[in-house]
Design a protein around this ligand. Structure first.
Ligand code: ADP
Ligand code: MG
Length: 422
């Protein structure tokens, strides 16, 4: 029942808190995140477990007064076995995003962490073993085709939740379609950030850089296309390039490092490939553009924070999700054309803007095709606030009450009440 589930989720949060340093170190070693970044994410995961613990108490049915001789009501029932597949960019945060709502609603789970970063999920399984009944949560590590595909194809997995690439999301949806299983998908992005002529430039710079360079650019909602108005282009670029130089690329275990390596060789090949593509397409390399030199960098998949300026929206560096610390800057002058370009992408995860004009902010927020829009900030996602994409960025909203609906089925019960002999 919900009160017991609440206790379980609280207990799990407590246990992570008690082992915070161990989870932090594992996360850093596995993913290449600087220690303080990893620590912040472990704390974030704890707060999500706590949020979903509270949400247990909000599961409700309804009653329908449309027949005088009947009691009609609905129940929200769990699906049974839920399959969940998560990516490598926020390994443990994703565990909390996925297990939280599944357990709050009384489902059992088979969770597959990414092959690159299974350690915190596996470490957490040890706590789960002591807190949840046997079989309720199963952590199955492995590769996508070997472990993920059978999970999403299995007849008895009644609901599937996935965070990862759009390409794999399509495959998962096809598998689920064969047995009419619902899917929650959180996929790729190529999010625009609009700098208006009246913007507070420092706010614009920090909103973009603070997320674009966080986690070495490996965030689905990274603001990877900046649309800067021509009147403030120079001012913005000067400040943004200065901010870019402040990034300290290096060993994640060394204090002061702000940007660790990319997660894997494959990701390194992909990102450095785009550094070449951007040059070939004729974008200007305003910062970075290569890999850092020096002893520290010999054993890791390091890349420099990179800014392509003088880019256009139809370049591949402006259309493809690079998933590295690579910013593409496009200059605009006409509002309608800028909005058209901002929306001219297959993705629609997030967007941002910097302006001091409140009316303009509301108007632009309404025009952008994105599931989340931030104004004078970026990518703050307190637990409870809906997150999810438009278009090819996904289906469903996570982190919020609505998420409970995605993990429960509605049953309508209709009982005759006119049978009393009295
Ligand atoms: P990337 O290519 O950046 O690693 P993916 O979308 O391939 O992103 O990976 C995200 C998650 O999806 C990982 O846990 C991965 O193992 C899993 N995955 C990859 N391919 C499949 C597949 N065909 N079926 C199910 N899961 C998969
Ligand atoms: Mg893949």
């Amino acid at each position: 029942m919900p009160p017991e589930r609440q206790d379980v989720l609280r207990e799990l949060a407590e246990r992570v808190r008690a082992n915070n340093d161990e989870f932090t170190l594992l996360e850093s070693l596995d993913s290449g995140k600087p220690l303080d970044v990893a620590q912040g994410e472990i704390e974030r995961a704890i707060s999500y477990f706590e949020y979903y613990a509270g949400l247990c108490r909000s599961i409700e049915g309804k009653q329908f007064p449309y027949d005088a001789d009947a009691l009609i009501y609905t129940r929200r029932e769990p699906y049974g076995v839920v399959g969940q597949i998560i990516p490598w960019n926020f390994p443990f945060v994703m565990v909390s995003y996925k297990l939280g709502p599944a357990l709050a609603t009384g489902n059992t789970v088979v969770l597959k962490p990414a092959e690159q970063t299974p350690l915190t999920a596996l470490r957490f399984a040890r706590e789960l073993q002591e807190v949840v009944p046997d079989g309720v949560v199963n952590v199955v590590s492995g590769f996508g085709e070997e472990a993920g595909d059978p999970l999403t194809s299995h007849q008895e997995v009644r609901k599937v939740a996935f965070t990862g690439s759009t390409e794999v999301g399509h495959q998962i949806m096809r598998n689920a379609a064969n047995r009419t299983a619902p899917v929650t998908l959180e996929l790729g992005g190529k999010s625009p950030f609009i700098v208006f002529p009246d913007a507070d430039i420092d706010v614009a710079v920090e909103s973009v850089a603070g997320v674009m360079y966080y986690n070495t650019g490996q965030s689905c909602d990274a603001p990877s296309r900046v649309f800067v108005h021509e009147d403030v282009r120079e001012e913005f670029m000067d400040a943004f390039l200065e901010r870019t130089q402040e990034e300290v690329v290096g060993d994640p275990l060394v204090e002061g490092t702000t940007m660790g390596p990319l997660v894997s060789e494959a990701q390194y090949e992909k990102v450095t490939g785009y550094l070449d593509i951007g040059r070939e397409e004729g974008a200007t390399v305003a910062a970075g553009g290569g890999v850092p030199e020096g002893d520290t960098y010999g054993n890791g998949w390091y890349v420099e924070p990179t800014v392509f300026s003088e880019a256009s929206n139809d370049m591949r560096v402006a259309q493809d999700e690079i998933f590295g610390p690579v910013e593409t800057v496009i200059t605009w002058s006409d509002y309608d054309e800028m909005i058209r370009q901002a929306n001219d992408t297959e993705y629609g995860l997030a967007a941002g803007m910097a302006t001091e004009n409140a009316s303009l902010a509301h108007e632009t927020a309404a025009e952008l095709e994105a599931g989340n829009v931030w104004v004078n900030k970026y990518a703050t996602l307190p637990p409870g606030v809906p997150f999810g994409g438009y278009k090819q960025s996904g289906i469903g909203r996570e982190h919020t009450r609505e998420t409970l609906l995605a993990y429960t089925r509605c049953k309508t019960v209709d009982i005759a009440t006119d049978r009393s002999p009295m």
